[in-house]
Design a binder for this molecule. Structure first.
Ligand code: HAM
Length: 425
C-alpha cells in the first residue's frame, strides 16, 4: 500500500495553490490598508500556553490538541489557534513597551484533532488579526469592519454577521448564577457534555447543538440580560459604529464562542451555502488573556477565519478569478543543435522577466504546439534545423495562426518589444 497523507489533511496542488495565493494576496492588501503588520510565531508552543490561554474547559484543550513530549520530555502542542501565541509573543518581546495599540495579523496552519468532514480539517489554515492595548469600542468596530470589507473585496454575498456581548467577569458571574438557577430543575435532560458544563462553564450550554439541550435552554437568560453598565455602553457603541461602517449585522444573544478567553464583544460570520461547517470567521474581545498568560493587564480583540471555508464560499459563488500567470511564449526547438540555440534565447528572455517555456521531452512539433495552446501561450517561437541553417526564427501568433520569420540575432529584442506592448495593452 502506498503511504497516504494523514486523515484530515490536504495536498494543495498547483491549480488550487493559485486560488490560495489570490486569497492571501487580497488579505495582505486589506491588512496593509488598515495598518496591520504581520507576525509569525512558532507552529508549536508549550502545552501550558494553550491550557492557560484557550482554557481547560474548552473542547480544544480537552479533546483536540496534538500534544507530544519532545526529546527532553517537555510537553509541546501544535498550535490549535493563533491568539494565545500572539499574546505570548506580545509579552515575551515586550511589545507593550511600543506605541499602543499593536495591530497584528497572521496567516498559517493550525491543528485540531477533530472528526474530519466537509469544511473541517485536522490541519487547516487561518487568517487572524489581533489588536492589543486598546479597549475602546471603536477598535471592536474596526476589526469587524475589516472582516466585512475583506469579504466585500472578495465579492462574497449571503454573509450573516452575528454579534453578541458575553460581558466581563463581573456581569458574567451574575449571569452564571441566573443561568444555573434556570437550568437546575431540568439538568437531567441535558446531554452528558452539558451536565458537566453546568458546573464548570454553564454559558457554553447555550451554544450546544443537541436538540434536547436547545429545548431546555429555550428562554434561558442570556448574557445580554445581565450586562453591567460598562459592558452595556460598550456594546451599544460597537453596534452604532458598525452601522456607520456599513456592516450588516444581527445581534444574536445566544452566540457563545468555544474558547474561554472572551469578554464583551463576540462575533461570528456564517455563509450557509457551504454546508454544516458554515462559520467562516469567529472572534471577539479578550481583555483578560494577556494577564492570564503572565503579562501586564492589556485589553485585546481579534478574529480568525478558516481559509478553506472562505475558499469554499468563493467557489460556490463563482468568485475565484481565472488563473493569472500565463506563459507569454513557448520555444519549440527541433533537434539537438536547435535546442542549444533556443536554450540561450530562453535564458535571455527569462532574465528579462518574460514568462516563457520550452519543451523538456524532445517531442514533435505538433505535440509541442498543442502543449502551447494548453498553456494559453500567445506566441510560439519555432527553431528547426532548417531555420537554424538560415539563422532565422519562426514567430507564430497562436490566436491568429499568422507567422513570420525574423533573423535570429534580432529575436530577443523583437520578443521583448512584443511583451512590453502586450503588458501595456
Ligand atoms: P475559532 O472559532 O476556533 O476561533 O476558529 C476561527 C475559524 O477557524 C472558524 O470560524 C473556522 O472558519 C476556522 N476553523 C476552526 N476549526 C477548523 C477546522 N477544524 N477546519 C477548518 N476550519 C476551521 C479561533 O481560533 C480564535 N483564535 C479566533 C480569535 C482570534 N479570537 C480572537 N482573536
Amino acid at each position: 500500500m502506498p503511504i497516504q497523507r494523514p486523515k484530515g489533511t490536504q495536498d494543495l496542488l498547483p491549480g488550487t495553490v493559485d486560488q490560495w495565493q489570490y486569497l492571501e494576496e487580497t488579505i495582505r492588501n486589506v491588512c496593509r490598508e488598515y495598518g496591520y503588520e504581520e507576525i509569525r510565531t512558532p507552529i508549536f508552543e508549550t502545552t501550558e500556553l494553550f491550557q492557560r490561554g484557550v482554557g481547560q474547559t474548552t473542547d480544544i484543550v480537552k479533546k483536540e490538541m496534538y500534544t507530544f513530549n519532545d526529546k527532553a520530555d517537555r510537553s509541546m502542542t501544535l498550535r490549535p489557534e493563533g491568539t494565545a501565541s500572539v499574546c505570548r509573543a506580545y509579552v515575551e518581546n515586550k511589545l507593550y513597551g511600543q506605541t499602543q495599540p499593536v495591530k497584528l495579523y497572521y496567516v498559517g496552519p493550525m491543528f485540531r484533532y477533530e472528526r474530519p468532514q466537509s469544511g473541517r480539517f485536522r490541519q487547516f489554515h487561518q487568517f487572524g488579526v489581533e489588536v492589543l492595548g486598546a479597549d475602546q469600542p471603536v477598535v471592536d468596530a474596526e476589526v469587524i469592519s475589516l472582516v466585512w470589507n475583506l469579504y466585500q473585496r472578495l465579492g462574497l454575498s449571503g454573509l450573516e454577521v452575528h454579534v453578541n456581548s458575553v460581558g466581563c467577569p463581573t456581569c458574567r458571574a451574575a449571569h452564571r448564577g441566573q443561568l444555573q438557577k434556570f437550568l437546575e430543575a431540568r439538568k437531567d435532560e441535558l446531554c452528558p457534555d452539558c451536565q458537566e458544563r453546568y458546573e464548570r462553564n454553564p454559558l457554553r450550554i447555550l451554544d450546544c447543538k443537541n436538540p434536547s439541550c436547545q429545548t431546555v435552554t429555550a428562554g434561558a437568560p442570556t448574557t445580554l440580560d445581565t450586562l453591567c453598565e460598562d459592558c452595556k455602553t460598550h456594546f451599544e457603541r460597537v453596534l452604532a459604529l458598525l452601522g456607520k461602517a456599513g456592516v450588516v449585522y444581527r445581534v444574536n444573544s445566544r452566540l457563545v464562542r468555544g474558547l474561554d478567553y472572551y469578554t464583551k464583544t463576540a462575533f461570528e460570520v456564517m455563509v450557509e451555502e457551504i454546508g454544516a461547517q458554515s462559520a467562516i470567521c469567529g472572534g471577539g474581545r479578550y481583555d483578560g488573556l494577556v494577564e492570564e498568560i503572565g503579562g501586564p493587564s492589556t485589553p485585546g480583540i481579534g478574529f480568525a477565519m478558516g481559509l478553506e471555508r472562505v475558499l469554499a464560499a468563493l467557489q460556490v459563488q463563482h468568485k475565484l478569478p481565472d488563473k493569472s500567470t500565463k506563459v507569454f511564449a513557448v520555444l519549440i526547438a527541433l533537434g539537438d543543435q536547435a535546442q542549444i540555440e533556443a536554450f540561450s534565447l530562453l535564458s535571455a528572455l527569462r532574465a528579462q522577466g518574460i514568462p516563457v517555456s520550452m519543451d523538456l521531452l524532445g517531442r514533435s512539433l505538433k505535440t509541442q504546439l498543442k502543449a502551447a495552446d494548453r498553456q494559453e501561450a500567445q506566441w510560439a517561437l519555432i527553431l528547426g534545423e532548417e531555420e537554424l541553417r538560415r539563422n532565422v526564427l519562426i514567430i507564430r501568433n497562436l490566436s491568429s495562426g499568422e507567422q513570420s520569420e525574423i533573423p535570429l540575432f534580432k529575436a530577443l529584442d523583437e520578443i521583448i518589444i512584443k511583451h512590453r506592448r502586450g503588458v501595456q495593452e
